[in-house]
Design a protein around this ligand. Structure first.
Ligand code: FES
Length: 119
């Protein structure tokens, strides 16, 4: 049994309210902190605004043909579903489940702990 606490945070009233750039990545905010939201086909993913390697702005990256986010700075690649650094450098991308509900778009995060360390 875990004592971790999680909270769903509403980031938009509707997916169409998020301002997706040509790279299919939008920037949203949770408690005043930026996160990235990406659309890949019909799926939506949420992950850290900054790359865990050296702080590259992932919102300025691109999504490759396999659906991985590619950092614009040194081109490390991360699987948005599980945070795995698939280009093999050993980093981990903070990411969060997203739900599209009737009343909006929600992201669930642990109340404290690792979420904040990437900012
Ligand atoms: S800062 Fe993202 S790969 Fe280096």
């Amino acid at each position: 049994m875990t004592d971790k606490k999680y909270t769903w945070h509403k980031i938009a009233d509707h997916i169409n309210e998020l301002d997706f750039a040509d790279n299919n990545i939008a920037v949203a905010e949770v408690k005043g902190k930026k996160i990235c939201v990406a659309k890949v086909k019909e799926q939506v993913f949420a992950f850290a605004y900054k790359c865990p390697h050296a702080g590259g702005i992932l919102a300025d990256g691109h999504i490759d043909a396999l659906g991985n986010i590619v950092c614009p700075l040194h081109r490390y690649k991360y699987d948005m579903r599980n945070g795995r650094n698939i280009s093999g450098e050993g980093y981990y991308l903070q990411h969060w489940p997203v739900e599209l509900r009737d009343d909006g778009v929600y992201v669930v995060m642990e109340d404290k702990g690792s979420f904040w360390k990437w900012f």
